[in-house]
Design a protein around this ligand. Structure first.
Ligand code: CMP
Length: 136
């Protein structure tokens, strides 16, 4: 059931059955209320999130720099790159998210090239956007 649902998330759509089973084993599905900070700028990050339902805003200080919705992910930068959260990510609607620990995310990122490519692309784009936000 959970695996069938994962298959419909674009981020996971290219994975084999076996890979989907691994992801399903490593991830928890969590319901989140409105107004919760799932990542806090400057804090150490321990989890990676994929949005199944709902919307979150990405904030640098008080400025909203992006909105993220179903199929999008966040929390990868602190886990792979920086240690500390580059931005705050807050729910602006009720959400359903998939949560993975740092270790599970790193294992999956290392073992599954499709995931690694999508994550790297996002990190490059997001880093550029963060630099632009800093400059502006
Ligand atoms: P991390 O730094 O772990 O925690 C905050 C997250 O916000 C970050 O990972 C990214 O997943 C996300 N993020 C940062 N900058 C952007 C951006 N410009 N657009 C979308 N998401 C972003």
């Amino acid at each position: 059931m959970f695996e069938a649902k994962l298959k419909d998330v674009p981020f996971f759509s290219k994975l084999s059955k076996r890979e989907l089973a691994t992801v399903a084993q490593q991830a928890d599905e969590v319901d989140v209320g409105v107004g919760r900070a799932l990542a806090v700028e400057g804090e150490f990050g321990r989890e990676f999130f994929v949005i199944l339902d709902g919307t979150a805003e990405v904030l640098r200080g008080d400025t909203v720099i992006a909105e993220l919705g179903p199929g999008e992910f966040f929390g990868e930068m602190a886990l792979l790159d920086e240690d500390r959260r580059t931005a705050t990510v807050k729910s602006i609607s009720p959400m359903k998210v998939l949560v993975m620990t740092r270790q599970s995310f790193r294992d999956i990122d290392r073992a599954m090239p499709e995931i690694n490519a999508a994550v790297l692309e996002a990190i490059n784009q997001r880093r550029a956007a963060l630099q632009a936000a800093n400059a502006g």
